[in-house]
Structures are given as structure tokens and as C-alpha cells.
Design a protein around this ligand. Structure first.
Ligand SMILES: [Zn+2]
Length: 317
């Protein structure tokens, strides 16, 4: 079978500008695209169209007041929102809506069986965004909105989220920590020099959601071997138990050894191994349904090969 893997990409995602001294730059996306194109993989992919998200889906996660506040900040020409990390421009609100909308479109195609899986190369990233607060380069929590959309549009009781961005997805964890229908698993650098500071092993969810959050903190200097052992020990049994019906992946490539954003030493092969493992879990539990969404990853030099290998695994799934 061919063209069963979706690829969400749109030049408009480069219109979210972050100023002159920011790592989350528009150039990240052409780097991703170039890696996939130069490997001759574009022809094998189904291009997913970026469309603005209906606000009703964004509101399944974010406070309407927050959404309005972001829109007004963009309209008024602010270049910082909520935190000094969140540099923005007048297009940020619309680009953020376009990121969410494209991901929901990819999710729809996967849930309706037109695609097996998809890789969504979007900006801005999402996993640090809280219900009412922008954080860590993130405005809308893309992956959380996708989880809610899938739950409400299809009869899905169990959504599994795997977050291998080198930073803990505080926003995603907080959004679902009381919810037993969404399992949030994160592997990230912690606690040394690690943004945002959450994601300790004892954070396992709250109330009815207790046991449906799992964190695997990794130490500076750790890399492929430690990641492999930890994912086998923590992620595999958790998902074997939970049996997610669809898997969403917060794919951050900032744990790469050449990425300046962390002290984690994953190699390109390490990332390939990680997505292969998640693809296997999706095949076993979720009829292969997997939607991967770009989070971090700031090495413009390494992003082409990281994206190419990532997509290759999805195509081979
Ligand atoms: Zn990150």
C-alpha cells in the first residue's frame, strides 16, 4: 500500500515570527521539508491541507478568555505574550489556528481510515501551553486539542499520548491529569537544567486520573541506551495495560546530541528507534492509528535527517 501516510506542511507556518534571537525560528520547517523532499519521500506521502481550526475545538482545551486575549494581543501588535519565551507577531494567532486545524484534518483522515498515520510539521509547537497561559514557545496545545477532537467525533474511550520532546509537556499533563481516558506518557530531561521543572516520576495523575500520567525523567548525558531501557521499562507495560485506541505523539527532536537545547545525547538512530517502538505499540493496540505532531527540535543541521527517518518509519508501518 502507498500514500497511507499523511504529511501536514504549509508555508504559512513560517509566518509566525519570533524575533532575531529565538531558537524556535521559521527555518525549522523548510529544514524538515527539505529532508523529506531530498530523500524522495514526498511522492509517497499524502499532503494534508492546513485549514484554520473551528474555535469550538480549541475551546475543548483552552479558556475562551485566553483565546480572545491571544487574538487581541496579535491585533494590537504585541511581540511578547505571557512569558518572555513567547515572542510573537501579528500573524501568530492565525498561524496557531492553522496549526491546530491542520492537525485535526490529519486526525480526521486517520480516524476515517483514509490514512494509517501522519506527521504534522507545524509551528508554533504546543505541549507547554496551559488552559489559560502560553509558555515555552507554545500558544495552543495542539496535541491536547487533537485528543479531545478525536474523543468527541469518534467513539474513542482511550487516547494514548507519547511525548518524547526533551522538555516535559506540562500543559498536556495538566490538561489530562484528572482524566482516565487520556494516558499521558513523557520522557524528558529532569531535573537538572530542565525547563519547565515539572515531570517528576511521582506525578502520576490526580483523582480519577491517577495512574494515567507517567513520567520518565532522564539525566544530563544520557542517550540512546538509557532511553531504550527506560521506554521498554516504563512506556511499553503502561500502554500494554491501557490499550490506547489511537496514539498521538509529541515529537520533539531537541534531545539530539547536537541540539543546544538540552544535555541529552540521543543520536539520529536513537530517535528512529523511539518512533519504531511507538509505531509497534500503535500496531498492537490502535490498529496502527498514529498522529505525530512536531514540538521542539532546533538543530537546523540535523532536522532534515531526523524528519526523513521519522517519516520513513511511518511509511514502513
Ligand atoms: Zn522541547
Amino acid at each position: 500500500m502507498s500514500n497511507r501516510t499523511g504529511f501536514l506542511y504549509d508555508d504559512k507556518y513560517q509566518e509566525h515570527l519570533t524575533g532575531n534571537y529565538h531558537p524556535e525560528v521559521p527555518d525549522r520547517l523548510p529544514a524538515v521539508y527539505k529532508g523529506i523532499q531530498e530523500a524522495g519521500l514526498l511522492e509517497q506521502l499524502t499532503l494534508v491541507k492546513a485549514v484554520p481550526a473551528d474555535l469550538k475545538w480549541v475551546e475543548t482545551v483552552h479558556d475562551p478568555q485566553y483565546i480572545k486575549r491571544l487574538q487581541e494581543a496579535c491585533n494590537s501588535g504585541s511581540n511578547i505574550f505571557d512569558s518572555p519565551d513567547n515572542q510573537m507577531c501579528s500573524a501568530t494567532y492565525e498561524v496557531s489556528l492553522l496549526a491546530v486545524g491542520g492537525i485535526l484534518e490529519a486526525a480526521r483522515l486517520v480516524m476515517e481510515g483514509e490514512l494509517d498515520n501522519a506527521f504534522c510539521a507545524v509551528r508554533p509547537p504546543g505541549h507547554h501551553a496551559e488552559v489559560s497561559q502560553a509558555m515555552g514557545f507554545c500558544y495552543f496545545n495542539n496535541i491536547a486539542i487533537a485528543a479531545r477532537y478525536i474523543q468527541q467525533e469518534w467513539d474513542i474511550q482511550r487516547v494514548g499520548i507519547v511525548d518524547f520532546d526533551v522538555h516535559h509537556g506540562n500543559g498536556t499533563q495538566h490538561i489530562f491529569e484528572r482524566d482516565p481516558t487520556v494516558f499521558y506518557y513523557s520522557i524528558h530531561q529532569h531535573p537538572t537544567f530542565a525547563y519547565p521543572g515539572t515531570g517528576r516520576e511521582f506525578e502520576k495523575g490526580k483523582d480519577a486520573g491517577h495512574g494515567y500520567t507517567k513520567n520518565s525523567p532522564m539525566l544530563p548525558g544520557q542517550g540512546d541506551n538509557e532511553y531504550k531501557q527506560t521506554l521498554q521499562r516504563d512506556l511499553v507495560p503502561a500502554f500494554d495495560d491501557f490499550k490506547p485506541q489511537v496514539i498521538l505523539v509529541s515529537s520533539g527532536f531537541d534531545g539530539h546530541i547536537e541540539d543546544n537545547m538540552s544535555d541529552i545525547k540521543l543520536t539520529t538512530e536513537g530517535f528512529t528507534w523511539i518512533i519504531k517502538l511507538i509505531v509497534e505499540l500503535a500496531a498492537e493496540h490502535a490498529q496502527g492509528r498514529l498522529i505525530s505532531v512536531l514540538e521542539g527540535g532546533y538543530s537546523i543541521r540535523r532536522l532534515p535527517e531526523l524528519a526523513r527517518n521519522h517519516v520513513k518509519i511511518l511509511l514502513d508501518a
